[in-house]
Design a protein around this ligand. Structure first.
Ligand code: SAM
Length: 422
């Protein structure tokens, strides 16, 4: 096959990649959008990357980030925000057969409250698209904040001066692995975690470099081979949690616990999900995969009792503290897997589910079918697995879906599904 091909992009696949036909073969074209004619470079079987635009799609708009199409994070920055929302709605329609507009994010730049920057040889930042070892130089990432960018700029200089070496994922040598910056959009609080392999990190000196931006700094060690941005906390200055406020509820979020990454849109997500449950105050609710209590507390204001189930022990401890912090007394948290804990709960009227991308365990589907809550509110960042799970919930009718844009400039879409017992 030729290395460069000229191709018309006529569609997007479910992953949000452009697709077109070339000599009878279906090709996915990264950074190609429907309506484009591009010269694309083939780099694998049926895979190409748009290099030169011969005829631009009418959906295109000029991407403001200088690392666009190098960095893998914002694949849809090349199209207008309206087109992004329309394509997300189209994807939801393909999956569920239901037309539903996608709720736009209140902010489309600087919306993320968490960024996990990889420390690479060339720079600190996001990985280059479709690579595992290389990091893109983005002098000014537009996803988190200028303060986040400044932390990265100063970190690069500090690490260089201290001659601290980045960790190499192939040889498993080197020291610096990740910098995780978390930022409370409604509190102004920040928490910076430097993840390294075994060794000594000069935390006090590092803190001196960034204390005007973040008063909380952690050094954590990931001594294992796996490429994860968390580890054992070895030292800290300030708090080991972030303060954030969503829908008038204060949250303490431990360094490595999950929290919805777009705080601005998280308020809508929580409010809509709870509203759609149409509660009258008498219900018992289960918040499955409850994290630090994001949905539990909003539910607690509207029902008699809430049980939260979450496997992250730190998340559950924080959820308990958060209940106290907000003076919420009708919530109990259990630290276990949702599929194990569900069948031990009292009779429940409403179940709210917010599992990870892989969807729910079949044991949980079974437990839900046995428990028979009147309503199930299923929230997911992966509508494909969500739709598969919903099909298994026999005896429930899908009443409504509300897609929500939590991740502007990416193909990801969050979806709330409202189910009622027939
Ligand atoms: C998408 S997050 C949602 C968290 C929370 N609902 C929120 O909005 O902040 C999924 C959560 O499920 C937890 N988790 C993953 N697998 C689990 C399981 N089998 N049982 C219980 N919790 C699980 C993760 O630790 C994470 O907190």
């Amino acid at each position: 096959m030729a290395r460069n091909i000229t191709i018309d992009i006529d569609n997007l696949n479910l992953k949000g990649e452009g697709t077109g036909e070339y000599k009878g073969n279906q090709i996915t074209v990264d950074f190609g959008y429907p309506g484009d004619r591009v010269v694309a470079r083939l780099f694998g079987r049926g895979k190409a990357k748009a290099e030169t635009i011969l005829k631009p799609s009418s959906y295109r708009s000029s991407p403001p980030c200088s690392a666009f199409s190098i960095c893998g994070s914002c694949r849809w920055q090349g199209i207008s925000y309206k087109a992004q929302l329309d394509f997300k709605a189209e994807r939801i329609e393909r999956i569920f057969g239901i037309k539903a507009p996608v709720l736009p994010s209140p902010r489309i730049w600087y919306y993320r409250n968490r960024m996990d920057y990889t420390v690479g040889r060339e720079a600190i930042g996001m990985r280059i698209y479709r690579t595992y070892y290389k990091v893109a130089k983005a002098r000014r990432c537009l996803l988190q904040s200028e303060e986040g960018n400044e932390i990265i700029r100063r970190s690069e200089i500090f690490f260089k001066n201290k001659k601290l070496k980045p960790y190499n994922l192939r040889s498993h040598e080197g020291f610096l692995r990740y910098i995780v910056v978390r930022e409370g959009k409604f509190t102004g609080d920040r928490l910076v975690t430097v993840v390294t392999s075994e060794g000594e990190f000069p935390l006090e000196e590092y803190y001196n470099e960034i204390e005007d931006i973040s008063s909380n700094v952690i050094w954590a060690v990931n001594a294992g081979m796996s490429d994860v941005s968390q580890g054992e906390i070895r030292k800290k200055i300030g708090n080991s949690y972030l303060n954030e406020k969503i829908s008038n509820i204060n949250f303490k979020i431990p360094a490595f616990s999950f929290f919805q990454t777009n705080s601005y849109q998280a308020e809508n997500l929580v409010d809509i999900a709870v509203d759609k449950a149409e509660l009258d105050g008498s219900e018992v609710a289960a918040d499955l995969y409850s994290g630090v209590g994001t949905f539990s507390f909003a539910l607690a204001r509207k029902v008699d009792k809430v049980f939260g189930i979450e496997e992250d022990v730190e998340g559950v401890k924080a959820a308990e503290q958060n209940a106290e912090l907000n003076d919420i007394k009708n919530v109990r948290f259990v630290s276990t897997k949702a599929e194990e804990g569900m069948s031990d709960l009292d009779e429940i009227d409403v179940a709210l589910l917010d599992p990870p991308r892989a969807g729910v365990h079949k044991k949980l589907i079974k437990a839900l079918l046995e428990s028979q809550p009147e309503k199930i509110i299923y929230i997911s960042c992966n509508p494909v697995t969500q739709a598969e799970d919903i099909k298994k919930l026999k005896g429930y009718k899908l009443e409504e879906i509300i897609p929500i844009d939590m991740f502007p400039h990416t193909p990801h879409v969050e979806n709330i599904a409202v189910l009622k017992r027939i």
